[in-house]
Design a protein around this ligand. Structure first.
Ligand SMILES: [Zn+2]
Length: 436
């Protein structure tokens, strides 16, 4: 054989080996029971007419092979839709038959998922190596919370709301530097399992509150007590690593399908709009209001603590769309402190713009993203009278090509800009007298 061929052969086998090694290095191994999204495409469509809206409403009701990220509602609206491989031809044909303008954001969603699973820290990662350069599984997050409690026994208390449907604990921390009669900030994240950036941001915030050298952050950390639960849907979060990267709901079983959308399950305006009564749908509101264990745990925790801990602020972290939203979700009717929430939300968005250049919009849930009912923060604002109530939709932008699959190198920028916005919310709410 010519020596050049030998060299070329060696080179190609070396690069193949490197590729195989990289796959081996992924801590989430490909498994026969993992959901696959090979050749699943992401379309972003824009409805020009009421007829387009009706067409897509009918399509969503009819097809199992299309996953809508939101519902078709109004002309002018844009919507992202996942289309599985065997439906691509029909779907593409439909768009052209009805002249629906569209963009294809992704041609093979599995590639993104493979890359995402390679950015997960191995379960065996020592707790000292917890960071914001990779995504962490539930066990690692809980081990880190436990370490904080033992390292800062006078400041950090480990909390446990109780068990989930599948018997996992719902753990969080209380951070309190002392001081009499402080008000508390409550933060929940991970209610939607696939939104991995949310728990990563929650742990970043915990770390900043405890370890930041910034004098302003230290002052804020000490002027409130903090109740932070990074993963309020532990079963779903675990399932998104072990079986399906796109899982959203909890794991309760209802006949042939599993899962309640926990952020549609709260007993306030329950199941009135933007929620489904079908357990096979991604936004199933549950058989009854507050039916789910995870919902009940969180409600009980807050009901018991709202007065004793003087909880005045409720923050929820989600992705994606870059929004800072406040109640209500089910109606255009305005909450009593709409003007303050709108002002503060816009200031928080402006802080992010100045900090990172990212565009976030602020407004009520109903007017910014889409109507929905049974959400946790609407319940907290209306039933528990927590006045400062915001839901973040973190990165990426509304027409994101990655949907919920944010690359790990965006964890720190996303978390730090959200933390900037939270500082503005707390400062501005303080100025307006909400923490007296
Ligand atoms: Zn969400």
């Amino acid at each position: 054989m010519h020596p050049l061929w030998v060299v070329l052969l060696l080179m190609s086998s070396a690069s193949l080996e490197t590729y195989a090694n990289n796959i081996e290095e992924c801590s989430i191994k490909k498994d026969a029971s993992h959901a696959r999204y090979d050749h699943t495409r992401i379309y972003n469509v824009e409805f020009a007419t009421a007829a387009h809206v009706e067409l897509f409403q009918a399509l969503e009701a009819q097809s199992d092979s299309l996953s809508f990220i939101g519902h078709a509602r109004v002309p002018g609206q844009k919507l992202s839709i996942m289309v599985s491989g065997q439906k691509v031809a029909d779907f593409d044909n439909l768009l052209h038959s009805y002249n629906v303008s569209h963009r294809i954001l992704n041609y093979n969603f599995q590639k993104l998922i493979d890359a995402s699973y390679c950015e997960v820290a191995p379960l065996t990662t020592p707790v000292e190596q917890f960071d914001w350069k990779r995504f962490f599984q539930l066990e690692n997050i809980y081990a880190w919370l436990e370490k904080l409690a033992s390292k800062h026994p006078n400041v950090v208390t480990l909390l446990d709301m109780g068990t989930s449907t599948e018997g996992l604990p719902i753990k969080g921390v209380r951070i309190s530097f002392g001081g009499d009669n402080l008000t508390s900030v409550f933060l929940e994240s991970g209610i939607h399992a696939r939104e991995w950036i949310a728990p990563a941001t929650a742990t970043y915030i915990i770390d900043q509150l405890l370890h930041s050298n910034d004098a302003q952050v230290q002052t804020m950390a000490r002027s409130h007590n903090w109740l932070i639960f990074p993963t309020v849907n532990p079963d779903g979060y675990r399932y998104s690593f072990t079986h399906d990267r796109m899982w959203r709901k909890n794991r309760a079983l209802f006949g042939i399908c599993r899962g309640v959308d926990l952020n549609r399950n709260y007993p306030f305006a329950w199941n009135t709009t933007g929620a489904s009564g079908n357990p096979c749908h991604y936004d199933f509101s549950g058989p009854t209001a507050g039916s789910e264990l995870e919902t009940q745990r969180l409600m009980k925790f807050l009901e018991q603590r709202v007065h004793t801990d003087r909880i005045r602020t409720y923050l929820a972290l989600h992705s994606y769309s870059q929004l800072i939203m406040f109640p209500y979700g089910h109606t255009a009717e305005r909450v009593h402190n709409y003007a303050d929430l709108k002002d503060i939300g816009q200031l928080a968005a402006a802080r992010i713009k100045a900090y990172s250049g990212r565009d976030y919009k602020s407004g009520s849930i109903y007017e910014t993203i889409y109507p929905s009912s049974g959400g946790s923060k609407d319940w907290a604002h209306a039933q528990l009278q927590m006045p400062i109530t915001y839901t973040f939709e973190l990165r990426g932008p509304p027409d994101s090509e990655d949907l919920f699959i944010l690359p790990a190198n965006e964890i720190e920028p996303t978390a730090s800009e959200a933390f900037q916005a939270i500082q503005t919310i707390i400062e501005e709410a303080g100025k307006r007298g909400y923490y007296k």
